[in-house]
Ligand binder design. Structure first.
Ligand code: AP5
Length: 226
């Protein structure tokens, strides 16, 4: 399956994309993660992306297009992928269509994660990443045992630089202005699948797999509907 995850910052795109990767093997391709790695590694690309990311603005379309092209062409993406955070404006959506056309493939669905604003704010302000395991947690929503497991492993709960309140506000405005028009774009193409993404992580995951006709893969159970 080739899926685009659409939704506001904090709607849970990364959480669900990671789960689809773990359970079905479609790699999660997150432009945010690729950019944060480039910043952490201090590459030229990372240095030119950092200011926009810190301000909650979008990085240039050409930079992300280069990253996406390379990542989609990797062997592990041949049987499918979940795009998390790309495309984010009309130009990126058109770029993506061209890239996919060139290699003779097409998207199967654009999943819109629909969440109320008050929940988004709690998810974003509460998000922490475990420095030891890399697991994304949340001080408001994660089970205490998951948080304790990170601390017991000697990890720290790190907050993303752009999860400060002022930057969150701008990220949400950028989403409304630049990314929301893609809802109409994918709706016109018949690819849009809207999911109520305001429940718990398991509940939202079940809704997504049902919507995509994937069935749910649990230890010892066969995958149905693929
Ligand atoms: P990016 O990393 O893509 O950030 P984003 O789109 O703002 O999305 P988030 O990662 O904040 O949220 P998410 O929806 O993935 O939520 P998550 O699953 O983590 O981009 C960062 C920056 O990079 C951009 O601002 C831009 O500068 C640049 N960039 C990236 N892509 C770009 C592009 N294509 N073009 C240009 N620039 C680009 O969940 C959030 C929290 O909620 C977590 O703590 C999680 O544990 C919790 N949570 C999730 N689901 C649930 C649930 N169901 N119940 C309870 N808690 C939950």
């Amino acid at each position: 399956m080739r899926i685009v995850m659409l939704g506001a910052p904090g709607s849970g795109k990364g959480t669900q994309a990671k789960r689809l990767e773990n359970e079905y093997g479609f790699p999660q391709i997150s432009t945010g993660d690729l950019l944060r790695k480039a910043v952490a590694d201090g590459t030229r690309l990372g240095r030119s992306a950092k200011a926009a990311m810190d301000a909650g603005e979008l990085v240039s379309d050409d930079i992300v297009l280069g990253m996406i092209k390379e990542r989609i062409a990797a062997p592990d993406a041949a049987a499918g992928f979940v795009l998390d955070g790309y495309p984010r404006n009309r130009r990126q959506a058109e770029d993506l269509e061209r890239v996919l056309q060139e290699i003779g493939i097409a998207l199967d669905a654009a999943v819109l994660m629909d969440v109320d604003m008050d929940i988004l704010m709690r998810r974003l302000t509460g998000r922490r990443t475990c420095s030891k395991t890399g697991k994304v947690l949340n001080v408001h929503f994660s089970a205490q045992e998951d948080i304790d497991a990170c601390l017991r492993a000697g990890g720290e709960l790190l907050q993303r630089d752009d999860d400060k309140e002022e930057t969150i506000k701008n990220r949400l405005e950028v989403y409304e202005r630049q990314t929301q028009p893609l809802i109409e774009h994918y709706s016109r193409k018949g690819l849009l699948r809207k999911v109520a993404a305001d429940g718990g992580v398991d509940e939202v995951y079940r809704r997504i797999t049902d919507l995509l006709g994937l069935g749910s893969r649990r230890p010892g159970s066969a995958v149905t509907g693929r």
